[in-house]
Ligand binder design. Sequence first.
Ligand SMILES: *Cc1c(COP(=O)(O)O)cnc(C)c1O
Length: 388
Amino acid sequence: MIPYGKQLISAADIEAVTDVLQSDYLTQGAQVPAFENAIAQQCDAQFAVAVNSATSALHIACLALGLKQGDWVWTSPNTFVATANCARYCGAEVDFVDIDPQTYNLSVDALTEKLVLAETTGKLPKIVIPVHFAGQPCDMKAIHALSQRYGFAIIEDAAHAIGAQYQDQAVGNCQYSDITVFSFHPVKIITTAEGGVATTNQPGLAEKMQLFRSHGVTREPHLMQDCPSVDEERGAWFYQQVDLGFNYRMTELQAALGLSQLTRLDAFIEKRHQLAQTYHQALKGCPLILPFQAEGNRSSYHLFPIQVMSESISRHQLFDRLRANGLGVNVHYIPVHTQPYYQQQGFRVGDFPVAEAYYQKAISIPLHQGMTIADQTTVIEAIKESLI
Ligand SMILES: *Cc1c(COP(=O)(O)O)cnc(C)c1O
């Protein structure tokens, strides 16, 4: 099968992981800080906090920004459920903003309209989470301008977008956001098996995320609180739990794999662009809508989502035929508000019509750095034959 996305593991990756296995530290050693430094450098951000998944990163990002019961988080319905769930973990309410029909990202026009209305009802969001869908950066400048006007924080969900550029700057530099979150699940651009990272330029947010990642426990004297203790003196053993945190730590094995993978990020993105360009050329003229690329940005091409506009074959039929041909096509995304859990929160089919219409036509076709020219020819021929 040719999957829609897959990791590419080298001999150097394997060596990096086995070296850690033979070392003294499987967790809490030098690899995680080294990986964090490398990600911060890659993204041109001041701080990076590595955790065991992007889902955990989203959770601690919300906690660091003080999200709590009664607050609202707004995001795109065209995303993985984790983007919305992080708000629910904090007891906050979720609402969605419909997508732009061209980029499939959260629509700035829809966001503007919704903010105007929310101001009158007193239900402005505390956090907005734009998602760089398929690796295509959102219009961050416009969203940031709205955040200044309406006073919300911004977490970029860049699970798809490590290596992408927004206006010639690395996604993750947090120029127009408070925190950016990346995923290193194997289908994403680079992998740590499971894993994620949050970048920020704000020392206070980095400190809080570090606390929440590890039980709310600190050994830093400046983070400790004055409270009665049984000790007259505090020895080197001393730590304090100053908040309620979790164990969301990344292991040394994961960080070593990530460090090794990161050295090939540029090559991976370049390969994805070559594959995307070939798809654009080969599928031009077919009854399909191919992904739009905004000028001035560089997508990481995590996905290559097409919309099936044929009158002779439906999306469902094409999907089944491609699967029968051994192609691991997929659909991104079932709109989050239509999931039973979110229907229980009061959302209904029809609430976000642009995301729903896009979903009904969408197929993600195979695109990953391990694909050969022969693999891609197989995909192109299978699609073209099915569309005749
Ligand atoms: C994969 C993904 C996540 C969750 O990432 P994990 O590392 O699997 O927790 C969140 N948001 C988006 C948009 C994703 O694609």
